[in-house]
Ligand binder design. Structure first.
Ligand SMILES: Nc1ncnc2c1ncn2[C@@H]1O[C@H](COP(=O)(O)OP(=O)(O)OP(=O)(O)O)[C@@H](O)[C@H]1O
Ligand SMILES: O=C(O)C1=C[C@@H](O)[C@@H](O)[C@H](O)C1
Ligand SMILES: [Mg+2]
Length: 184
C-alpha cells in the first residue's frame, strides 16, 4: 500500500474516518496539520494570524511532499491542500486519494459549535462553507480517485466503503482515474 490520502473540507471526517481506517489497515495515521503544528511549535491558527496564508501554504506543500514519499500511511490532509496544483499532482500520483464529500449544510451542522477551525471563525460560517465548497469541490474531484458521499453513513460504514473500493481498485495504477460514487 502507498499513501492513502483523505481530502475534503473542514469537518468532512478526514481525522475521524482516517484514524479508524489506519487501525483497520494497520498502518500509521498521519495528519499533515498536526505535523505542521509540531514543526512550527504553535497552532495553525496562530501561524495564519502571524505569518499569513501564503507562508502556511508553503509549509504545507513541503510537508505534503515529504509525507507522500514516506512510508505507507493514512494521510489526513488540510482542507486547503488541493489549492496548489503541485499538491494535487503529487497526492494523486503517489497514492490513492479519497474525497470525503459533504454538503456545506451538513458540515455546518457538525461544526457550528467548533472554535478551532480558523477559516470558520467568521460572522457567517455557513456562507463561508458554501464559498469554500464552490471553489474547492472541483479541485477535490480533480485530485481524487474516489468520491465518498459522507452524508448518511456512519463512520464505520464509510471506513468499510473505502476498504471495499481499495480492494476493487487493486492493481490499477494510481494515475488511472477510478471515480467511484459511493452512496449510502
Ligand atoms: N460521517 C460522519 N457523520 C457524522 N459526523 C461526523 C462524520 N464524520 C465526522 N463527523 C464529526 O464531524 C466533526 C468533524 O470531523 P473531523 O474532525 O474528522 O473532520 P476533518 O475533516 O478532520 O476536519 P478538519 O479538516 O478541520 O481537520 C467531528 O465532531 C466528527 O465526530
Ligand atoms: O481549509 C483550509 O484552508 C484549512 C484547513 C485546515 O485543515 C488547516 O490546514 C488550515 O486551517 C487551512
Ligand atoms: Mg482533521
Amino acid at each position: 500500500m502507498t499513501t492513502l490520502a483523505l481530502i475534503g473540507l473542514p469537518g468532512a471526517g478526514k481525522s475521524t474516518v482516517g484514524r479508524q481506517l489506519a487501525r483497520r489497515l494497520q498502518v500509521p495515521f498521519v495528519d499533515s496539520d498536526a505535523v505542521i503544528e509540531d514543526r512550527i511549535g504553535c497552532t495553525i491558527r496562530e501561524f495564519f494570524e502571524r505569518e499569513g496564508e501564503e507562508a502556511f501554504r508553503d509549509l504545507e506543500e513541503a510537508v505534503l511532499d515529504e509525507l507522500t514519499q514516506g512510508p505507507p500511511c493514512v494521510l489526513s490532509t488540510g482542507g486547503g491542500a488541493v489549492l496548489r496544483p503541485l499538491n494535487r499532482q503529487r497526492l494523486r500520483a503517489r497514492g490513492r486519494v479519497f474525497y470525503l464529500r459533504s454538503t456545506p449544510e451538513e458540515l455546518y451542522r457538525r461544526l457550528r459549535h467548533d472554535r478551532t477551525r480558523p477559516l470558520l471563525q467568521v460572522a457567517d460560517p455557513l456562507q463561508r462553507l458554501r464559498d469554500l465548497y464552490a471553489v474547492r469541490d472541483p479541485l477535490y474531484r480533480e485530485t481524487a480517485h474516489y468520491v465518498i458521499e459522507t452524508g448518511r453513513p456512519t463512520v464505520a460504514t464509510l471506513v468499510n466503503m473505502i476498504l471495499m473500493q481499495l480492494e476493487l481498485g487493486d492493481g490499477a495504477p494510481p494515475s488511472v482515474p477510478a471515480q467511484a460514487q459511493a452512496h449510502g
